[in-house]
Design a protein around this ligand. Structure first.
Ligand SMILES: C[S@@+](CC[C@H](N)C(=O)[O-])C[C@H]1O[C@@H](n2cnc3c(N)ncnc32)[C@H](O)[C@@H]1O
Length: 190
């Protein structure tokens, strides 16, 4: 299926689905299109090959990440909701991008230890209350010169206070807050 058509379909589905779905855990909570475009440019500009995403949902953001990578690039994406994992898997197959994506099923806290080192690019879009607890392990997976992007940095600024403070205390990390979508925090690791 044509990627642009699939992305458009998922955008319409995401809006309708999240409007009628009262249970937050079942909502897709997809990134905005401009965030997808922004991530795509960042992946290409940084020549990223290995990407880690925390929070797959139904795979909308993963499609932006995977489709921006070179042929030998790969995305590892973590999700703990089995229905969403199945939906994402179907979307990856439809886009013909399934061979570039490894889905990791479970809680991010348990799965980080299984990931490869020297990841080029991390996209963080899951349970914000966990970010501070996983920060050290997460940034140890990112290679020097790599970039982490955190979604919701403006929309849920207060929830990220502890995480932001931890980052500010690391001498090898520098940040920029970009007003795209729900606010993207860029963290560069020197
Ligand atoms: C905001 S949504 C991700 C949206 C997705 N990035 C997109 O734009 O299409 C957050 C996702 O993280 C998942 N999640 C939350 N806490 C998690 C955890 N501890 N481990 C794994 N996945 C988690 C949720 O089930 C949810 O699907």
């Amino acid at each position: 299926m044509d990627l642009e058509i699939l992305l458009n379909d998922l955008e319409q589905l995401g809006i309708k689905h999240d409007e009628v779905q009262s249970k937050r855990s079942k909502k897709y909570l997809n990134i905005t299109r401009d965030t997808g475009e922004f991530l795509a440019v960042l992946i290409k500009a940084t020549n990223a090959k290995t990407v880690l995403e925390i929070g797959t949902s139904n795979g909308y953001s993963t499609l932006w990440l995977a489709s921006s990578l070179p042929d030998d690039g790969h995305v590892f994406t973590i999700e703990n909701n089995s229905c969403k994992i199945d939906e994402a898997s179907e979307n990856f197959r439809k886009a013909g991008l399934d061979s570039k994506i490894t889905q990791l099923d479970g809680d991010v806290v348990d799965l980080l230890a299984e990931l490869p080192q020297n990841i080029d690019f991390i996209f963080l879009d899951a349970d914000r209350s966990q970010y501070l607890a996983i920060a050290e392990q997460l940034f140890s997976l990112l290679r020097e010169g790599g970039l982490l992007v955190c979604d919701n940095a403006v929309s849920h600024k207060e929830e990220l206070e502890g995480f932001n403070a931890w980052i500010a205390n690391q001498s090898n990390l520098s940040t920029s807050l970009v007003p795209v979508g729900k606010g993207e925090l860029l963290v560069y690791k020197a």
